[in-house]
Design a protein around this ligand. Sequence first.
Ligand SMILES: Nc1ncnc2c1ncn2[C@@H]1O[C@H](COP(=O)(O)OP(=O)(O)O)[C@@H](O)[C@H]1O
Ligand SMILES: [Mg+2]
Length: 396
Amino acid sequence: MNTQEATSRCERGGKNGKALAPAGGFRIEKSALPRNLRRIVDTDSILNALRQVKYPGFSRDIVSFGLVKKTEVRGEAAVVALAVAASAPEVPERIRAEVEAALLAAGFARAEVSVAVSAPPPPPNAPAAAVAAPKPEPVAGVRRVIAIASGKGGVGKSTFSVNIACALAQLRGPDGEPLRVGLLDCDIHGPSIPLMMGLSGQPEIAGEMFTPPQNHGVKVMSLGFFIDEDSPVIWRGPMIMKIIRQFATQVAWGGLDVLVVDLPPGTGDAPLSLAQTVALDGAVIVTTPQAAAASVARRGAAMFPRMEIPLLGVAENMSWLAMPDGGRQEIFGGGGGKAAAEALGTEFLGQVPLDPNIREGGDAGAPVVVTQPASESGAAFITIASRILEKILASA
Ligand SMILES: Nc1ncnc2c1ncn2[C@@H]1O[C@H](COP(=O)(O)OP(=O)(O)O)[C@@H](O)[C@H]1O
Ligand SMILES: [Mg+2]
């Protein structure tokens, strides 16, 4: 087992143990309620109390994060089971203390809180046996999962995901075999990967499993295959979780060395859900060079170390436009990517210029690393992909 579970009991001082005090302050005498209703009110007030507890470092509560596995009333006690995946050691303890306090404050005489803690990822040079230990929710058959993230939309995150995935598919692993690469489009608000990869139509389904369509040597899964391009997509939190979980568990990747995940921009529900659902081995941050974009990227990226997901580095997109005279025009200013990497204490992976061929390649479903690998921008993507590969192999 890679989880350890500890239960603590906590008693409330004072004499009002029998009264329930739901959020809002009024009190219901439990004995005034029919027996079957009591249970519902009690478990509801447990959940209400738990909703007051935020995941450390986030504005979201532990209930909406899906950490609560069981709530039960036993006599005067609130019994709660939590599961926390891959967190810093102080996180489960802090959550437990806050949960106990919230339950006692809600009027329960006692709180019995058990926290199942999944083993954190092994340190980079841990012995092989430790590395082989299962991660919280690994994607079946996939050796490494890397997320491509950004602070905001429109910086070229999907373009990066596509070109990095296609570049990786041209590279070879340490065994000399070509890398087997997948690309998972988790940008559920604007899934653009099918278009950029030149794929359309619905994936086939065999039993419970979707077969990922393939192009340019990369297997692809995207919500874009399933939705109508013209209808707006509005997804609520639980639905997002469900889709992402399905993508993590019901795609027959058939053995991959690397799965590249195109995250939605920012730190909203979807990127957080993904980071909670899928065991990510690292994240690459994409930004444009201007200071404002880079500072948004920096803030967005801060969520990864907090969730124990290593930052692989920062890549800068749209760094300059090549002029006919051979000069470079820095349309979006300069230095943002490097500054963001320094502020995050991670590597600056490189720069990709503004290149009409990149945009055209995206729209035509023929990424520039496939059609023009030797061009300045094609070569830039391949260099960045090689560096990412080196880093994920080094942390194996
Ligand atoms: N380096 C680049 N040069 C030219 N066009 C680019 C470059 N990077 C991205 N684009 C274009 O900019 C638009 C936004 O890029 P996209 O990858 O969809 O951004 P995001 O996923 O961050 O929202 C797309 O039309 C894409 O083709
Ligand atoms: Mg995108």
